[in-house]
Design a protein around this ligand. Structure first.
Ligand SMILES: Cc1cc2nc3c(=O)[nH]c(=O)nc-3n(C[C@H](O)[C@H](O)[C@H](O)COP(=O)(O)OP(=O)(O)OC[C@H]3O[C@@H](n4cnc5c(N)ncnc54)[C@H](O)[C@@H]3O)c2cc1C
Length: 404
């Protein structure tokens, strides 16, 4: 395995670190003030557009896209450490046009969109002019099993008619979010893995209703997670993404690189939480000792460091395998990192909150905002248990001959 940073990634890494510390971090208070002043938790504050313009001018734009005609042209091994840096700041992913769910949607569109779809939807996303959402999960079926998705995408002449009830559609409450990629059943008689299709639905199409936003552990911000109704929504057949019956395959294709991104950002969050923990432990004195001199705190610091290093190495291995043998060859590692990176971030943030005392739960420090992020990662793109099941099945298959 060769994980040596290239000259280009070293340069990008220096530029990105400087951008985050000198521009993005100081802008976070302005961002919050502008959102608060608007009275809308999903308001898009002007300071974000300033950050985006600067990121683009510095060459820190669309770093996640491996196609050099569309993005930075980096491999997964090259992009992963940069993605980790952006995970340290809640604003950096959007400022560099590298934030979910747009990244997954841009990857899908880059692979499967028709020339017209590329012009209408991919190009403005690449330019950061609009945002998008991905509507797969449904309230009435266990959506961790994609074959359960029950919404209907019915062919009707030269249109599709969509009847869908979706929820947890991230980003749909932002006024800049203009379209959803919707998954539903287009041929109920087909094999379960060939039953679904994906269509692009502009959110201003008649019949689309945003019912509500769902807070995550009480937090509702930045575009929200929405419950959406699609009632007799009609879109032209040109809005089909890929082929009819390819919805399941597209859903799988969307997840590979996205998981590396989620995991590296989670590791970045864990690094940030550990740095805060250590600073606080060096400052606070209780019972005549700095917290940093208490054995239990030292154990938390050491375990956090070990766990971060483990998770990073495994994620880099997954990135390297994706670059060298492809997503199929990296399936075990992709499942494994999805489980450990989210757990790691939750554990380290939780330790940091504990070291901060009650202040850790307040909005004075970023830990209380980071914690729900880490917790939700144990569901987003599939719950831990589904990944654990896949890993266990693979392992147990090796010993099938022992079965009596
Ligand atoms: C903050 C947030 C943002 C999200 N954003 C999006 C989005 O933008 N678009 C979108 O479509 N979805 C989104 N989701 C939804 C997410 O992808 C789903 O919640 C996830 O796939 C699980 O589906 P479910 O909630 O229906 O849980 P279910 O499928 O009902 O599963 C519930 C539980 O059952 C157990 N379980 C399931 N399968 C197994 C198994 N094989 N073995 C053992 N136990 C099992 C697990 O404990 C699991 O947590 C988001 C979720 C959150 C929390």
């Amino acid at each position: 395995m060769d994980l040596t940073p290239t000259t280009r990634t070293q340069e990008l890494s220096r530029e990105l670190s400087d951008f985050i510390t000198s521009r993005v971090d100081p802008a976070s208070a302005v961002y919050r003030a502008q959102v608060d002043a608007s009275g809308d938790p999903h308001f898009h504050p002007p300071v974000m557009e300033e950050l985006k313009a600067e990121a683009r001018a510095r060459g820190l734009w669309n770093l996640f896209l491996p196609d050099p005609d569309l993005g930075a042209g980096l491999t997964n091994v090259e992009y992963a450490p940069l993605c980790e840096l952006t995970g340290r700041s809640p604003l950096a992913p959007e400022a560099t046009n590298c934030s979910a769910p747009d990244t997954g949607n841009m990857e899908l569109l880059a692979q499967f969109a028709s020339p017209l779809q590329r012009e209408q939807y991919l190009r403005p996303l690449l330019d950061g002019e609009i945002r998008s959402c991905f509507a797969m999960t449904e309230p009435w079926v266990a959506s961790s099993d994609a074959t359960n998705i029950a919404s209907r995408i019915t062919p009707d002449g030269d249109s599709y008619v969509i009847d869908a009830h979706k929820w947890w559609t991230t980003g749909a409450a932002s006024e800049r979010c203009t379209f959803a990629i919707v998954m539903g059943v287009s041929d109920p008689a087909a094999d379960p893995h060939r039953r679904h299709s994906m269509v692009i639905v502009p959110l201003d199409t008649p019949g689309v209703t945003n019912v509500r936003t769902l807070p995550v552990l009480g937090h509702d911000a930045g575009g929200g997670h929405c419950e959406l109704l699609f009632e007799r929504v009609r879109v032209p057949k040109e809005n089909l993404l890929g082929g009819e019956g390819e919805g399941f395959a597209l859903a799988q294709a969307r997840l590979g690189p996205g998981r590396i991104h989620h995991c590296m950002r989670a590791i970045g969050m864990a690094e940030h939480a550990l740095a805060l923990l250590c600073m606080r432990a060096q400052q606070r004195v209780a019972f005549g000792k700095h917290l940093a001199d208490q054995g239990v705190i030292q154990t938390w610091v050491a375990e956090s460091r070990i766990e971060i290093e483990q998770a990073r190495l495994l994620t880099m291995k997954a990135a390297w395998l994706m670059d060298t043998v492809g997503v199929r060859g990296a399936r075990f590692e992709i499942s494994a990192i999805k489980v450990i990176a989210a757990r790691l971030a939750g554990t380290v943030i939780d330790r940091a909150i504990q070291v901060f005392g009650a202040a850790g739960l307040s909005d004075d420090w970023p830990l209380a905002e980071m914690y729900p992020q880490a917790r939700m990662l144990r569901f987003a793109d599939g719950p831990d248990e589904v990944h654990l099941q896949q890993i266990a099945r693979r392992e147990l298959r090796l010993y099938e001959s022992f079965r009596v």
